[in-house]
Write a protein that binds this ligand. Structure first.
Ligand code: GLV
Length: 327
């Protein structure tokens, strides 16, 4: 019997890929840029499985033409880049990498919160560019920011990452409010409140909901304007959840004091983005899970999902387990 063919869309380290060697016919993309949709299409056409990244858009139209594909294992916890409904319709298993990146992403969310509150990137630029030498060396109103301790943190979405952010908030001496789209009972580290109360009372709002058709532009003009005046908004969840035009306006008119943004409607962030002109936005380029250890764990889980399917076992981290019922 011929070996199953598995295509990997990124050069993962050989020691990570090792469990797949010998049990499948493995092909790894060697390009230095993300695959284009036609490249992705032609590469996976005759594959039994693919291991992909969150930059690989696996659309309905791409899946419609797949006869052979049995699984998609994404090296990410979010799967909004995959049309999971279309995959499920075609009995294609979709795997992800939960449980290993929440703490790392929570660290970044908190880093952005502290950076925006205390204007750290702005201060860094000031020192580097020699402006400190030409101005007053210190004054009582020099680089004033906002306190974090004693302030109220609102966590929108109390999954793994939201809960990890709430815990950090408590450790920093904050009052922590939490809201979740579906009802939660035993929430640790946060006081459960309605969304409008959270938005009205929080000095910092950190977003931790998934991007779905229901959460697109969830932070629209109205919700942003219903946030407390002078608040700071942090998004390490997904682009498209925040309406960036409304956010830029709210920052410009001083309704919000700042924002910390790791994810964007369009990635990479386009040079024409209105956010780029605002000093009170701290940026990072979608690096929530970017530590060596966490990325290694994510890659290992993505491979583990693939190995399970190839060896006839159940995918350990499957987002559409209903596919198993129709097999
Ligand atoms: C990162 O954004 C992920 O979904 O893994």
């Amino acid at each position: 019997m011929s070996l199953k063919r598995v295509f990997v869309t990124y050069r993962l380290p050989e020691d990570i890929l090792r469990p797949l060697r010998g049990i499948c016919d493995l092909e790894v993309w060697t390009g230095t840029k993300p695959m284009t949709p036609p490249e992705l299409f032609s590469s996976i056409c005759d594959s039994d499985g693919i291991i992909c990244l969150l930059t690989d858009e696996i659309t309905r139209s791409l899946l419609e033409n797949q006869e052979k594909l049995n699984f998609i294992s994404s090296m990410s916890v979010g799967v909004d880049h995959i049309d999971v409904a279309a995959a499920t319709n075609r009995n294609i298993l979709v795997g992800n990498t939960p449980g290993v990146l929440a703490e790392t992403t929570a660290d970044l969310a908190f880093g952005l919160l502290l950076s925006a509150a205390r204007r750290i990137p702005e201060a860094d630029k000031f020192v580097r560019e020699g402006q400190w030498l030409s101005d007053m060396p210190w004054s009582p109103d020099f680089f004033l920011g906002k306190d974090v301790h004693g302030a109220t943190l609102g966590v929108v979405g109390l999954g793994e990452t939201g809960t990890a952010v709430a815990r950090r908030g408590k450790a920093f001496g904050m009052r922590v409010l939490g809201w979740n789209r579906t009802q939660k009972k035993d929430v640790e580290h946060a006081e459960l409140v309605q969304l409008d109360e959270l938005l009205a009372e929080s000095d910092y709002v950190s977003i931790h909901i998934a991007r779905t058709s229901e959460t697109l532009l969830f932070f629209n003009h109205e919700r942003i304007m219903s946030m407390k005046k002078g608040a700071i908004l942090i998004n390490t969840a997904r682009g498209g959840i925040v309406d960036e035009t409304s956010l830029a306006n709210a920052l410009k008119i001083g309704h919000l004091a700042g924002a910390g943004m790791d994810v964007f409607e369009a990635e990479p962030l386009l040079p024409e983005s209105k956010l780029l002109n605002l000093k009170n936005v701290v940026f990072s380029p979608h690096i929530g899970s970017a530590t060596s250890l966490t990325r290694k764990r994510m890659a290992e889980l993505a491979v583990e999902n693939a190995v399970a399917v190839i060896t006839g076992r159940r995918m350990p981290f499957c987002v559409n387990p209903e596919v198993y019922r129709s097999r």
